[in-house]
Design a protein around this ligand. Structure first.
Ligand SMILES: [Zn+2]
Length: 152
């Protein structure tokens, strides 16, 4: 099958307008925007938008219609824009916590948190900057740093 006519991504999906970014954003709802932006910035993004998950980009949200909110428009620092902000905003777990446990081969705390998040314990739509459950990001980070106790 030829890929010549296959377009990358969906037609019309806007990309991040941040300097040297151009990343595809994570679609977020109005609720997510309202939960994280200061009043003045919400006006610039009155409807749904996209979250830029590029840690080195200053754009937090954009809507593809010229509406942009930077990290300065956030009510509080969010992960991954701020590495020390909780990776799981609902349960307050940071990137360092995950890496520390993974490197030490400790699964209990992370497993507990993943289970609680999967049970719907977290209010991800309003707590997480991208409006999504942290489970995938936490798992990925944990697996990337996991070392079984005592080695293999
Ligand atoms: Zn960006």
């Amino acid at each position: 099958m030829s890929r010549a006519f296959v377009k990358e991504g969906e037609v019309g999906d806007p990309v991040c307008p941040g300097d040297a970014c151009g990343g595809a954003g994570e679609p977020v709802t109005k609720e997510t925007l309202r939960a994280h932006l200061v009043a003045g910035a919400i006006e610039r993004l009155p409807k749904a938008g996209f979250f830029c998950a590029n840690a080195s980009c200053r754009v937090a949200y954009f809507d593809g219609w010229g509406g942009v909110a930077t990290v300065d428009d956030l009510t509080a620092p969010v992960w991954p824009k701020a590495a020390d902000a909780p990776i799981c905003a609902c349960l307050g777990l940071t990137e360092d916590d995950v890496i520390e446990d993974a490197a030490a081969g400790r699964k209990d705390r992370i497993r507990d948190i993943v289970w609680r998040a999967e049970d719907g314990g977290g209010a991800c739509v309003t707590n997480a900057a991208d409006g999504r459950s942290c489970v995938l990001a936490v798992r990925r980070l944990f697996q990337a740093h996991f070392r079984p106790p005592g080695g293999l």
